[in-house]
Design a protein around this ligand. Structure first.
Ligand code: GLY
Length: 345
């Protein structure tokens, strides 16, 4: 079992990998604990939940609302929680986001932590301290920065995930590798089959290496005033792909990373053959690298992106595998590149 600690401004998060969920009761000894999960996780693992301690939410992004938060506060009230109680969110990104938000705001803050049950939540949503709910169609509009006390990862949960969900997690691991960990990239390159079959020993190593990147960045820039923006690699063009092609967020960001690697080549930062190597590994891991792109619709979407400032947009460009820089790219320059970019994907 590997572990690491994220030292945040609101407290430290102890992250434990390979933690057996069946020992969750022992983890808290005699502490008062309530658990919140979603209907999918509960239907698959009900037997393993300590009896009578779990509230069950519906599943999916639509649950991430103030209305659901209201229900969770009612549950906290009925359970007579006080500041010595602990709240545990067990599920994917939606559960982590909403449980972190409710625990952070109820009684001005209860101790809380997560048992992330998707690969994406293990390497991303459970770590970093951002939480929140959507509001009037805007994602994560209401929320806080507040670090969980613990994140406990049991890889057994990943075995029940649909392939598309595993892909979303691998895309996130790949993002961390490309922006900050060249050795992790080589590991992904050399062990495609073991990764796809969710080999637990390899997963523990890969999740650990991936988290080292995120934990390092968040420790240096918790409030996203600079370096944390690197975690948006693939998102500037990925959002435009998501909007114009109707692909899932994960698949669109995967294509966005390929486009932004190519953009890094066009800006003279990255060698062409390295961009090709990246694309090949994506293909072997089953990550999407192309879509039918409409150049004009893409440009329109980039123009409307909230990361745009005047005639420029923030992009994350690669210098090499494992090293990225935040750069401002002029929209007219992007337009110039778009024919090539769209053709490349
Ligand atoms: N909770 C996810 C993050 O802070 O990035």
């Amino acid at each position: 079992m590997r572990s690491m600690t994220l030292e945040g401004s609101t407290g430290a998060t102890k992250i434990e990998l390979g933690f057996p969920f069946t020992s969750i009761g022992e983890y808290f000894h005699d502490k008062r604990v309530v658990m919140i999960t979603d209907s999918k996780v509960y239907s698959l693992f009900e037997e393993e939940f300590p009896k009578g301690q779990a509230a069950v939410l519906g599943s999916g992004e639509l649950v991430k609302t103030l209305e659901s938060a209201y229900e969770i506060y009612q549950f906290f009230l009925a359970q007579e929680l006080d500041r010595s109680s602990c709240v545990v969110g067990i599920g994917g990104g939606v559960v982590c986001d909403i449980v972190g938000f409710c625990a952070s705001t109820y009684l001005r803050g209860l101790p809380f932590g997560y048992v992330p049950t998707t690969l994406l939540a293990q390497v991303d949503a459970s770590v970093g301290g951002k939480n929140g709910v959507n509001f009037k169609g805007y994602k994560n509009m209401v929320g806080t920065f507040n670090q969980p006390q613990f994140v406990l990862c049991d890889f057994k949960f990943l075995k029940t995930l649909p392939e598309s969900e595993v892909r979303n997690g691998i895309a996130e691991v790949m993002k961390h590798a490309l922006i900050g960990n060249g050795l992790l990239f080589s590991q992904l390159e050399e062990n495609q089959e073991r990764i796809m079959s969710l080999d637990e020993n390899l997963l523990e190593e890969v999740v650990y290496e991936s988290l080292l990147v995120k934990v390092g960045i968040v420790t240096r820039d918790e409030r996203e005033s600079g370096e944390r923006r690197k975690l948006n690699f693939g998102h500037t063009l990925g959002h435009a792909v998501e909007k114009t092609c109707g692909l899932s967020h994960g698949d669109a960001v995967s294509i966005g990373m390929i486009m932004e690697s190519k953009l890094s080549v066009m800006k003279g930062r990255l060698e062409e053959k390295i961009a090709e190597r990246i694309k090949t590994v994506f293909e072997k891991l089953g990550l999407p690298v192309r879509a039918e792109l409409d150049r004009d619709a893409m440009i329109d979407a980039v123009r409307k992106d909230k990361k745009r400032e005047d005639h420029e947009i923030h992009c994350v460009l690669l210098d090499e595998i494992g090293s990225a820089k935040i750069a401002r790219v002029r929209i007219d320059e992007l337009e110039e590149f778009f024919d090539d970019l769209c053709e490349y994907c």
